[in-house]
Ligand binder design. Structure first.
Ligand code: GLA
Length: 334
């Protein structure tokens, strides 16, 4: 299949690697699409703290090893995702035997031990890591309230980067977050990155998650944010791209998308990839949060069992209008 279809990653070879988030099930199910269209992978869940070390000192690498082996076999890059996050981290990390919060010192030691074990395990099979995920507060305030912040204090972010850098100085280290195109979070991200850089903390990249929808963020807003982020002096990656058919807060359910929305999604993809190409000097990767419309977290969140079709490939793994828009620039130049 697909052999006659232009390869997405080959179309973008002069720009940036094109990635997909996967799990052992989707690697099997989307095998052909992955091999033909993608040259980078991210584990959607299996490298998170709760998956790798659900119980203290018990590490589970089976799922992530399978993904890394697949990537190596097919010469794909792998992004590490993620060490320090307020979600998907087991409770044991934050408490002692008496179920009381651990001290700052112990929590930092636990971070160090986890990062040491995981980075030693993967060595250089992963070229980068999302060291800290989603540390910025969604509404008022600077950093998101969470146990890392409660126990360690604001420098949990800086400390995590220092630890990761000491464990593997060759790894590119990213700060990764969502909704950071919108001015409120954007300005806090800029503050965070500038602060880290001023203190010589080893942060090399900013991950823009990009769980977007066909209405927002607007193309101008994305352009403005990319321009500002490009000036920070680090590399940028789009790390978790999907384009939903529903605006944030919309609880309606579509059975199938109406033609005008299919068209709108194709236009949206066209515009964002054209922007990404413009920023190719700073953008070092664009990763979709999945592969094709038959498997997406958006069918469960935020409205359970609601259809959604966020990718370039449909549920039958056929390229959509959006796909053809995204590779059109390449075909025009052939
Ligand atoms: C966030 C996380 C991802 C994933 C998505 C939802 O963006 O960074 O790891 O959990 O939410 O699937």
């Amino acid at each position: 299949m697909n052999k006659q279809v232009t390869s997405l990653y080959k179309a973008y070879e002069k720009y940036f690697p094109v990635g997909a988030a996967v799990n052992p099930l989707s690697v099997g199910k989307h095998n052909n699409l992955l091999l033909h269209h993608f040259n980078s992978l991210t584990a959607d869940n299996s490298m998170k703290f709760s998956h790798l070390q659900p119980v203290e000192d018990t590490y589970l690498f089976d799922a992530s090893d399978m993904i890394v082996a697949f990537a190596k076999k097919h010469d794909m890059k792998v992004r590490g995702h993620t060490f320090i996050w307020y979600k998907q981290t087991p409770d044991w990390v934050f408490i002692n035997k008496n179920k009381k919060p651990v001290t700052r010192k112990i929590l930092l030691e636990r971070i160090q031990k986890h990062i040491h074990t995981v980075m030693t395990h993967f060595k250089d099979d992963l070229y980068c890591w999302d060291v800290v995920n989603e540390a910025i507060a969604d509404d008022q305030g600077y950093l998101r309230p969470c146990k890392w912040l409660d126990i360690i204090g604001e420098d949990y972010v800086a400390k995590s980067f220092e630890i990761a850098h000491a464990e593997n100085p060759g790894s590119l280290l990213f700060y990764n977050d969502f909704d950071i195109i919108f001015p409120e979070k954007r300005n806090k991200v800029i503050r965070l990155i500038k602060d880290l850089k001023k203190r010589d903390i080893p942060v090399h990249g900013l991950g823009i998650q990009a769980h977007w929808n066909i209405y927002e963020p607007g193309i101008e807003e994305i352009k403005t944010a990319l321009g500002m982020y490009a000036n920070l002096g680090l590399q940028l990656q789009i790390t978790e791209l999907d384009v939903s058919y529903y605006k944030a807060g919309d609880t309606n359910k579509l059975e199938t998308p109406p033609p005008e929305l299919i068209e709108r999604q194709a236009e949206y993809y066209d515009s964002i990839f054209s922007l990404f190409r413009q920023y190719k000097d700073v953008i070092t990767g664009v990763t979709f949060w999945g592969v094709a419309d038959d498997m997406t977290w958006l069918k469960f969140y935020p409205v359970p069992l609601r259809n959604n079709w966020p990718f370039l490939f449909d549920a039958d793994h056929k390229p959509k209008d959006a796909f053809y828009k995204v590779i059109d620039f390449y075909l025009q130049n052939q």
